[in-house]
Structures are given as C-alpha cells and as structure tokens.
Design a protein around this ligand. Structure first.
Ligand code: ADP
Length: 498
C-alpha cells in the first residue's frame, strides 16, 4: 500500500516505482484539494525527470520476464486485480468523489465499478493475442506473432481518473508490456489506490505510477528514450506536444483528446425520455467534464422552444452539492483554474447580444455552494455556430442550443468542428437516424441514448479528437502490440526440415 502519513490532517502519498513506494528524488511535493470544499486532502510527490528515469529503468527490467510470461497467466493476474478492486470498491468510490468532486452516486461509484469491469474484460482476453498464418505456398510456413511493444508511457487526466487509468493499465499489461503511468496532478489518489491493489499481484516494476506536474513529470516521460509507446488521454493541446515527442523518436502514439460533440434532435423527438437522454449525453452530473459531452444541442425549429422548456424544468431539479452526499446529483468542478475558465465562458455568453441565457448563469457567490468550485448547469439558446462557446471545448456544464430546419444543414453544422469524438441522434425514424449517423464525422455515434460505454466497444475519435481506439480487444491489439512476421522455408536446399 502507499504509505499514508498525517501532515496536518492531509495524508502523504508516495509513488510506485519498481515495487517500492517512494518520494520524488527532488523531494518536492504537491497538494491535492477536495474541490467540493477547497480543503487539502493529501500531499503527493512532485515527480520529475530523475523519477521518470528510475521508473523507466524498473519497467525495462521487469519487461524481460513479464513479456515472456504466458499470456493466460498475465490474464489471471488481471482477473485477481478485478476481484480485489470489486471487494473494496466503495473505498475507491469515496476517494474518487473526494478528489475529483464528482458525485458519489451518479459518478464516482459507477466509475469505480467500471474499473473492476475493465480489468476483468482484459483479463479474459489474454488468449486472444493471436497471430495469423499467411498462405505463401506449400513449402513456406509464414505466420505473425502479436508481440508486446516494450515499456509504455501513459499519461492520464483527472476527469475519470481511475477508469482512464485502468484503460491504460489493463490492456498494456495483458499484451505483455510494462508501464510507467503518470497520474493527473489534480486526481492522483484513486490511481495510487488502484496501483496498490495491482501491486499485490504484479511482479515489481511491471506497473509504475508517478505523480507530478504535466510540464515536468509528463514532459520527461514523453521525451524518455526508453519509452517505446506513448498513450495519452487529455487535451488536444497537450496531445499535440505528445505527438511531437513521439515523432522525434518514431514512437507509436495513441491519443484520446477533446470533443465538442453534437446532439441532433429531430422534430419527432420532443419527448421526456429524449430530454433525459440529452442530460445524460451532456454529462451534466459530471459537471460536463467529459470529452464525449454532447455540448452542441441541435434542435429542430419546430420543437425548439417546447423542448428547451422541458429541458430547463428537468435540469433545474438536479441537486448540486457535496460530492460525498448520496443525494447529490452533480458535484464540483475540479479546480480553480477550470472553474474560472467555465465562468469566463458563461460571462462571455451573457454579454453576447445574439444569444439568450435560457437558464443557469454565473455560480452563486454566497451560501454553501460558494465554498467549493460549483458551477451551475447553463443553457444558451440560439448562439451562432461560429461562436467560441459553440466551437471550443468548455469542459463545464454549459450547453449551446442551436436551431435547425434542414437535415443537410444540421449535418454540415455538426461536422463544422475540428473535433470528432462522439455524437448523438434522436428520432423515431430509423432511416433518418442511420443517415445522420453515417454522415457525422465522429468515432462514436449513439442513436436514442446518451450513455452506454462498455468494455468491448472501440472508443476513440476522428480529426483532432485523437488517434487510435481503446476499451476493446481491437484497441488492445492495435495500441499495445506489434506484429512480427516469421517466414520459414520448409524445403531448404539440403532437404525438407525434419
Ligand atoms: P486538462 O486540461 O484536462 O488537465 P491536460 O491535457 O492539461 O488536460 O492534462 C492531461 C494530463 O497531461 C495530465 O496528467 C497532465 O499532467 C499532463 N500534461 C500536461 N501538460 C503536459 C506536457 N507538456 N507534457 C506531458 N504531459 C502533460
């Protein structure tokens, strides 16, 4: 387990390197805050380049044995991790709720349960690391092997930290790689907890988890010559930096980046269940801190006002407050920087003459909600699709409702984005739904549902939303293995092989 010490009420955490729980070589630390009440809950090491060196060295050593371990045995270990996480899942849910500000009932507990599912899914796939045989001819045996790549460097964000961490750890390790994972500085505690469970079953050095700042620890990891594969989830801006580092050394890279996902509601879908679906798609109960948030709501002109009326009524009932309270639907935004950014967009929207603030607005400045970073669900009606609010990823509960009348026009507007991660289509007409689903540029289109991610589904984006897929067998094979071809001439000049 990571060692917890009392430092004025906040516990002290350590990083996992080579099976040991350690401080950073530089000795510096960072505070982790509960965004629901702005109290410091823990201190973590401020990892830097020397810590990355140590972790990569440990992972390189561990790779020698782990890569040769029979895949079924690697899978068994992942299955044990799944069981162990499940047995203590409530602990994980509470840690995640406290450090992320995500409400325990609506977000943190489902996320913690998802971690066990992810380990179990990939644990069961170990025997699927199969190659192919190639028909070169009667006297040639040609086959491929799915080999691990080596030491993987993975960097994750804070919005769903343990699920996104598990999505790197489980497939990378199943495929026989070893891993150096950098947790997000704002939400490292659940990831360290998960690492402590993994470490009960894994050989030393197979999984190493670092904490620290992006520009220090993350940058050092992305530049490290010992890293053979980079897997990043986070902003498009940082994704570009990671890709540059990967390009410098021709290292394969997977990127799961931002989004500004469209939700298209057809005129026949002015119904309550669609309103619920839009709220789910917008991820209001995760303060919309999700790259798949359906944050551009394209409503047909015929239903524009009546649909927004129903949406306002339902969203107003969401209970905002203490993330650890079971009654809470919606918790706090992760940190002050992000909170100010969200407020900045809301302020800009209020000043925009062509848009109408339908509900929501600036957060309260007094009362219990002012003690944490609580943003309130906000909907602007009729903003121009060219507006910053309608184009940029806000990563906060700000929804833009845009009117449409013509299907071609709405698809064009939906595709007018440098992002292409997710999309949502709402109609009873299957022909229209599939026409739209096929025309929208996105990695994941959902028809008539707002939630529904599950292991086995290849998840990832097009355009500047990313490269590569996660969450599935195919994603694991593509992202964490490399094909080797072996071609054998069975009929050598000195006679057939015996
Ligand atoms: P967000 O804005 O959602 O925090 P970021 O892309 O900034 O998203 O952060 C996602 C992850 O990337 C975090 O773990 C962060 O520490 C890391 N990160 C940030 N900047 C860099 C960088 N220059 N190089 C490598 N990692 C970074």
């Amino acid at each position: 387990m990571s060692v917890a010490m009392d430092t004025g009420g906040a516990r002290k955490e350590r990083m996992l390197i080579g099976g040991d729980w350690v401080d950073s070589v530089g000795g510096g630390g960072l505070a982790v805050e509960n965004p629901g009440n702005r109290s410091v809950i823990a201190h973590i090491p401020r990892g830097g380049a020397e810590d990355v060196d140590r972790a990569v060295a440990a992972a390189t050593e561990a790779f020698k044995t782990w890569s040769k371990t029979v895949p079924r045995d690697r899978g068994r270990i992942l299955l044990k991790i799944a069981d162990a996480v499940e047995a203590r899942v409530e602990e994980l849910a509470r840690i995640v709720a406290e450090e992320t500000g995500n409400a325990i009932r609506t977000q943190a507990r489902p996320e913690a349960n998802g971690v066990a599912d992810i380990f179990r899914y990939f644990g069961g796939l170990a025997s699927e690391l199969k190659g192919e045989t190639i028909p070169f001819g009667e006297h040639v045996l040609s086959y491929t092997r799915r080999e691990p790549i080596g030491v993987v460097g993975a960097i994750i964000p804070w919005n769903a930290p343990v699920m996104l961490g598990a999505l790197k750890i489980a497939p990378a390790l199943c495929a026989g790689n070893t891993l150096v994972l950098k947790a997000a500085e704002d939400a490292p505690l659940g990831v360290l907890w998960m690492a402590s469970i993994c470490q009960e079953f894994l050989p030393d050095g197979v999984l190493n988890v670092l904490t620290g700042l992006g520009e220090e620890c993350g940058a050092a990891l992305s530049k490290h010559p010992g890293i053979r594969k980079l897997s990043f989830t986070g902003s498009t801006e940082v994704g570009k930096l990671i890709m540059r580092e990967a390009a410098a050394r021709i290292v394969p890279v997977s990127l799961e980046l931002g989004g500004k996902s469209p939700s298209i509601v057809y005129p026949d879908a002015d119904e309550d269940w669609v309103v619920d679906g839009i709220i789910a798609a917008m991820r209001f109960t995760r303060q919309s801190q999700s790259c798949t948030a359906g944050s551009r709501l394209f409503l047909h002109a015929d239903i524009f006002d009546s649909f927004l009326g129903k949406l306002a009524d339902k969203v107003k009932t969401l209970k905002i407050g203490d993330p650890l309270d079971e009654e809470t639907d919606m918790g706090a935004v992760i940190n002050e920087k992000q909170f100010r950014k969200v407020c900045g967009y809301v302020e800009e929207g209020i000043k925009q003459p062509d848009a109408e603030l339908l509900f929501g607005g600036m957060p309260p400045e007094a009362g219990p909600l002012s003690e944490g970073y609580f943003a309130i669900p906000t909907v602007f009606a009729n903003p121009s699709n060219d507006w910053r609010l309608a184009r940029e990823e806000i990563f906060g509960p700000v929804l833009c409702a845009i009117r449409w009348t013509d299907e071609e026009e709405v698809i064009r507007m939906a595709n007018e984005s440098h992002y292409g991660l997710a999309a949502y289509v709402w109609t009873h007409d299957i022909g229209r739904a599939l026409r739209a689903a096929h025309a929208i540029e996105a990695g994941w289109v959902q028809v008539n549902q707002g939630l529904g991610q599950s292991p086995g589904h290849s998840y990832g984006g097009t355009k500047q939303s990313g490269i590569g897929r996660e969450f599935s067998l195919e994603g694991m094979l593509d992202s964490f293995t490399q094909r080797k071809n072996v071609t054998v001439n069975v009929n050598t000049p000195s006679g057939p092989l015996t």
